[in-house]
Design a binder for this molecule. Sequence first.
Ligand SMILES: *Cc1c(COP(=O)(O)O)cnc(C)c1O
Length: 362
Amino acid sequence: MNTRPILLNPGPGTTSQSVKQALLVDDICPREQAFGDVLDAIAGKLLEVGRGSKTMEAVLLACSGTGAVESILTSAIGPKHRVLILTNGAYGVRMKEICERYGIPFQSLFRFAEFPDQDVIREHLSRGGFTHLAMAHHETSTGMMNPVESITRMASEMGVATIVDAMSSFGAHPFDLDAQHIDYLASSSNKCIQGMAGLGVVLFRRDRLEELKRSSRSYYLDLYAQWESIQNKRQLRFTPPVQVCYAFLQALQETLEEGVEARAQRYHRNWKLLYDGMLELGFKPFLPLEQESRILCAFHLSPSPLRHGFNAFHDALLKRGITVYPGVIPETETFRMAVIGDLHPPDMDYVIQSVRAVLSNP
Ligand SMILES: *Cc1c(COP(=O)(O)O)cnc(C)c1O
């Protein structure tokens, strides 16, 4: 029997013991200098993880990942702007819903689970009228890795600013932001950085500061105001989750010690063990192999070897300390398994053994 919970939900992920222990710090007022040092260190390490120290700024917000995305959309896109949103999954659709809510001018492109065709994007952008392009990198709803590098390069060459939701890839994908064409990137503390939940992360290109300077559509999520507060006062504007910040710093340290490339390889190894094992047990993946992120996999529920449905499967695995996650793909019944977090090949072997045991003795 395994001794610690294995979370295969796509974040909050399984954390290391040292990240958990980092929560136990002495009480401190987050407006003290010592906490400013923590914020500085976090920002520095975020830029190191994304290799963007020369051109990018890092901002923290007290919110889940969606707050970081909402902060970008509401702060970067002004009244005269218009954004093209790639809606080929739940997180693209969420960006569209945020824009609808705030009355931000947008157009959406692509159906759920459709692989984004670059020529189609080019055609839309070349008709003009778009100042921004927004997309998810790893679409956590399907497990599809969108080709972010080539799409953002093209958009940038066409003079369009790029917004990337890299929630479930940042930390386990080798970004080289100083050399790339990503103007705004959103992530959070609790996915591939492997920290505790509670912090949204925005990295943005310094040359976008002018665009951000006018007031945001949101009061709390005003990206420029938060950046300015961190710059000038070394404080977040509003109360941060203090202990979560310490754990985040520890998690960032561990990310850099492992190395982003090595972490990507560990996730891919874990994913391969899971994928091969599940296929051998008769499960069918939702996506073609070449579109898989190798961070998460969505499997069909029907057909599948499960005879008692997803909930029974979930409950039986939970008894063995493993959490699996329902699917969100419209009109197709799926479930998801992610390898985000402090998980290693023996954990995957245990997962496959457990699935096999559940199938043979439900
Ligand atoms: C997890 C995730 C989010 C944010 O989810 P929260 O629950 O708000 O943290 C946004 N986009 C993607 C691609 C995600 O995987």
